[in-house]
Design a protein around this ligand. Structure first.
Ligand code: ACO
Length: 397
């Protein structure tokens, strides 16, 4: 009988933009106050991407940090999943941009959209692909640039969100640990409670959708709050039960960082004291799919997660969706690259950029050559099929 495979978290990394936006700054933009935001949400400030930062660039930085911790060459990655609702483009997938920038030449890549629950959905999927023996190394990233879809005149939503990215490297292991149990859920009857109505096939981008603010986040805060307080504790309990453990075995609870009152309610439901609950929303606000991996990274940095610890991750969000996972942290922290290895990797990233540029040039020249020879890519008239030459998306890291 084949030995059981486990999906261990062997790398983690995060990136948040430099720019800090405080509650006081928001109070100069909409009718709100630092006191209201602190009391109702627990948020003190959030990070906002600058004009040269996108979901892909933040995802790439978090991914590089995670690969460094994992001491893993990007070309050993089998799959890259970017969990996001704010990808660089409707298509192609932001994961493909990340794959190119990392030089992860053997990796498949796709985006996963499940709102704030997205990262735990991605983590669960990746862990099962590893357990099934399909893949050995998977990069799961949660990355969001919510500041681009916030209605900055809507005080009910603009005070809540921020930008950032977090990443995990999952690796096959024969040592028990890693992702032990998970649960995923959805209640689409609440789809309209948290939504960006414009920009999809139902209401495509046009002057009307733009003028009506349909390309911005719309939320029924009270209903989402009610749903979240109901679901978070229950989902966490489900993964603890599925793992055959009880709450006393859980060293740290890392919830989606949306609202301190929602987190406290979930902790109370579980009978967990707040010193076993990780909270960093005061500094970042709600970064949607990036919130859980960023929180885990900071908890590790602060020494609050140690090898062998059981941690419960839980999130809720648009969909309505929810997800939870129980992880046993299995990696010794001293697993690090020496300086020369880091230098080599830096050079490889530079090379990946050059290689990507070369491919674009070759594609353009190929297309030009075909045109000069009077060929075109139209399959209908039997012409020779050349490379498309339309691949230059103009993005930069
Ligand atoms: N500043 C000052 N007053 C405000 C603000 C603000 N920023 N926002 C709302 N108010 C006012 C309201 O207008 C209302 O005034 P009224 O009583 O005169 O009508 C009053 O404050 C109370 O409003 P409520 O909506 O009842 O406030 P509540 O205590 O519910 O807090 C909040 C609102 C923070 C939005 C809360 O409902 C919440 O956190 N909901 C969950 C939101 C969430 O987590 N969303 C993310 C989901 S994850 C994802 O997928 C992206």
């Amino acid at each position: 009988m084949a030995a059981r495979r486990y999906a261990a978290v062997v790398g983690w990394g995060k990136y948040v933009p430099q720019r800090v936006m405080t509650n006081d700054e928001l109070a100069t933009m909409v009718d709100t106050s630092d006191e209201w935001i602190r009391q109702r949400t627990g948020i003190l400030e959030r990070r906002i991407a600058d004009l040269k930062e996108f979901t892909s660039t933040m995802a790439i930085r978090a991914a590089r940090a995670a690969l460094r911790v994992a001491a893993l060459d990007p070309d050993r990655l089998d799959l890259i999943i970017v969990c996001t609702v704010t990808g660089d483009y409707p298509f192609p997938a932001t994961a493909s941009l990340v794959q190119d920038a990392l030089g992860a030449s053997h990796a498949g890549a796709f985006d996963l959209a499940a709102g704030c629950s997205g990262f735990i959905y991605g983590l669960s999927l990746a862990s099962q692909m590893i357990a099934a023996g399909a893949y050995d190394n998977i990069l799961v990233i949660g990355a969001e640039t919510l500041s681009r879809i916030i209605d900055w005149s809507d005080r009910q939503t603009c005070v809540l969100f921020g930008d950032g990215a977090g990443a995990f490297v999952l690796q096959a292991s024969d040592q028990p640990g890693g992702v032990i149990s998970f649960t995923l859920g959805s209640d689409g009857s609440g789809a309209d409670l948290l939504i960006m109505p414009g920009g999809g096939s139902r209401h495509p981008f046009n002057e009307t959708t733009l003028a009506n603010g349909m390309t911005k986040i719309r939320m029924n805060g009270r209903e989402v709050f009610r749903f979240a307080t109901r679901i978070m504790g229950r989902a966490a309990k489900e993964v603890i039960d599925r793992a055959g453990l009880d709450i006393d075995h859980v060293e740290l609870f890392v919830p989606h960082q949306a609202n301190l009152r929602i987190i406290s309610t979930a902790a109370k439901f579980l009978g967990l004291p707040m010193d076993r609950v990780y909270v960093n929303l005061d500094r970042y606000g709600n970064t949607s799919a990036a919130s859980v991996p960023i929180a885990v990274c900071e908890a590790v940095e602060e020494g609050r997660i140690k090898p062998g610890d059981h941690i419960v991750l839980v999130a809720f969000g648009a969909g309505l969706s929810w997800a939870a996972a129980l992880i046993q942290w299995a990696v010794p922290p001293e697993r690090r690259w020496p300086w020369w290895r880091r230098l080599l990797q830096w050079l490889r990233y530079r090379y990946a950029r050059v290689k990507s540029f070369r491919q674009r040039v070759v594609r353009k020249l190929g297309s030009l050559w075909n045109r000069l020879l009077g060929r075109n890519g139209n399959m209908g008239n039997g012409a020779v099929r050349g490379q498309s030459g339309g691949g230059d998306t103009g993005w930069q890291t």
